[in-house]
Design a protein around this ligand. Structure first.
Ligand SMILES: O=C(O)CC1=CCC(=O)O1
Length: 256
């Protein structure tokens, strides 16, 4: 997997201070630029390109969320990252949940943004995969990015919208479609009560893709988890509410 590693740590317990960022379907690691800058001031920070996204390889699918989690674990072992703080948004949040389930000893804390234990019925994801294989990511980019920002944020920052559109359009067609198939079969609802990692859930109040109820369910099912709702905020709440998200992650990470 390709990644960006930055930041610094004080003291000698560097592994405990590493924050790992996992992004959404159709994004790349640059979606974490605000948090890499904010939190990189006093933590080691790593933003990863999920399989099929950014500059990571895009083998022929379908993929599963456990496949994507294995990629991340292999990369972290290769980097000697030790125990890390996981931050995952949307598909990245599903991958973070899977890592917390299969390798809890590697996760100090988990911050789950705009994600779900189940992203709705499988068929729309399979339909989207078929559309992208037939017509490419450019054919769905406008519809996807409409869900990423509230109207107010989109009107205020056209450059943000243009960069988001480029991320989706530049995502490999097969990689995107195969990740849709991973989302179609993802269902962690029965497993969440066994998570032992300290978990913070963050929702965007106006997120049409994973509305606050999805994060509320995670907060209800993961022992000790708590929910923060950011308003205004749509699906890529880490960009629309970048300072608030960085502050919430900083406080959550500091608690461990
Ligand atoms: O693209 C969407 O519809 C929103 C989304 C769901 C999972 C993900 O990563 O993005």
């Amino acid at each position: 997997m390709t990644y960006e590693l930055a930041g610094s740590v004080g003291g000698d317990d560097t592994a405990q201070q590493t924050i790992v960022f996992l992004g959404s379907l159709g994004s790349d690691r640059t979606m974490w630029q605000p948090q890499m800058a904010d939190l990189g001031a006093d933590h080691r920070v790593i933003a990863l390109d999920i399989r099929g996204h950014g500059e990571s390889p895009a083998p022929v699918g379908p993929y599963t969320v456990p496949d994507l989690a294995d990629d991340v674990l292999t990369t972290l072992v290769g980097l000697g990252a030790g125990t890390v703080h996981l931050v995952g948004l949307s598909l990245g949040g599903a991958i973070a949940q899977q890592i917390a389930l299969v390798a809890p000893e590697r996760v100090s804390t988990m911050t789950l943004l705009c994600t779900s234990a189940r992203f709705g019925e499988p068929q729309p994801w399979l339909d989207r995969a078929a559309t992208v294989r037939a017509s490419g990511t450019s054919s769905i980019a406008d519809a996807v990015v409409e869900r990423w920002f509230t109207l107010g944020a989109a009107d205020e920052d056209r450059d943000l919208v243009d960069r988001a559109l480029s991320m989706v359009q530049n995502t490999d067609d097969e990689g995107y479609a195969a990740c849709c198939e991973a989302l179609a079969e993802w269902d962690s609802r029965e497993k969440l009560p066994s998570i032992t990692t300290a978990t913070l859930a963050i929702a965007g109040a106006q997120d049409p893709a994973t509305p606050p109820e999805h994060l509320q369910l995670i907060a209800d099912l993961v022992p000790g988890a708590r929910l923060e709702i950011l308003d205004p905020g749509a699906h890529l709440v880490n960009l629309e509410q970048s300072s608030a998200v960085s502050s919430l992650i900083r406080a959550h990470v500091a608690g461990r």
